[in-house]
Design a protein around this ligand. Structure first.
Ligand SMILES: [Zn+2]
Length: 269
């Protein structure tokens, strides 16, 4: 049983976002939701804005239904509160043209891959039926990130089992992409997000509790200008690999198929 997430949101703000969520109330259960084409699952609000937000924007611009499921609300963060992070994440969702975003409010910095977490996540996947899922890369500095990867993969598998839950039909996503922006690995492919980059940056800066130039924990947090510069240089590095301005890298575990060698992008010589 998936329960809707109860957060403090003010009504005026919620009203502004009706057209984004395609839901009467952002906290309503999502049983009757139209299936998503792409779902990014992330450990913390503001993760997708750094790693795969440009891709989500690009897909939404092409008419696909995109969504984000954040597992925690950043309750261990030095700045802001979980409710504030969720409010900011809704503002970011608007910049990223998302059709859907929810937060499971699992415990930040101590996320566990246990049967309860897997079943909850599998239940969400069965209800929103994404074709493609984006997960964080499977290694990293922060345990929540690689645990989200493992949890996400196992939940995608469980979601496809007919007998898992009686009230929802099975669903297994077709494709799983691992967002490898912060992993020091060669990507399987890079998406050109040059035209989406400014929008992605605006989405990230919606988290003013994290990226405002606040005095709170300022020794731990880089300044806003530093964050912008850092993310631009990472995006430029990956863009350069495919000959464009800004890029987002992904790894897939299975082989990529090429159908037409004449239409292949990226110049060789
Ligand atoms: Zn994170």
């Amino acid at each position: 049983m998936i329960r809707p997430i109860r957060g403090n949101h003010n009504t005026a703000l919620a009203t502004r976002y009706y057209h984004v969520w395609h839901m009467r109330d952002p906290n309503e259960p999502f049983e009757n939701l139209r299936p998503l084409d792409v779902l990014a699952i992330a450990a913390h609000p503001d993760d997708v804005e750094q790693t795969c937000g440009g891709t989500l924007i690009k897909m939404a611009e092409r008419g696909y239904r995109t969504g984000v499921l954040d597992l925690t609300a950043g309750d261990m963060g030095s700045r802001g509160t979980p409710d504030l992070r969720i409010t900011e994440s809704r503002r970011a969702a608007e910049h990223m043209l998302l059709s859907w975003r929810q937060n499971l409010r699992m415990p930040d910095a101590r996320l566990e891959n246990n049967i309860g977490a897997r079943m909850t996540l599998a239940g969400v996947i069965r209800r929103i039926r994404p074709k493609t899922v984006i997960l964080p890369y499977w290694t990293g500095r922060h345990p929540d990130h690689y645990r989200t990867c493992e949890l996400g993969y196992e939940a995608c598998f469980l979601a496809g089992l007919k007998r898992l839950e009686e009230d929802t039909p099975p669903h297994r996503p077709f494709k799983i992409l691992y967002s490898s922006l912060y992993a020091n690995v060669t990507p399987s492919f890079v998406i050109d997000v040059s035209r989406q980059f400014d929008r992605r940056m605006a989405a990230l800066l919606s988290y003013s509790s994290q990226y405002g130039d606040s005095a709170q924990a300022s020794d731990l947090f880089p300044s806003r200008a530093e964050v912008e510069e850092r993310l631009a240089s990472i995006a430029k590095f990956y863009g350069n690999l495919i000959g464009v301005k800004y890029g987002e890298p992904y790894v897939v575990k299975e082989m990529m198929e090429v159908d037409d060698i004449i239409a292949m992008p990226v110049r060789s010589i």
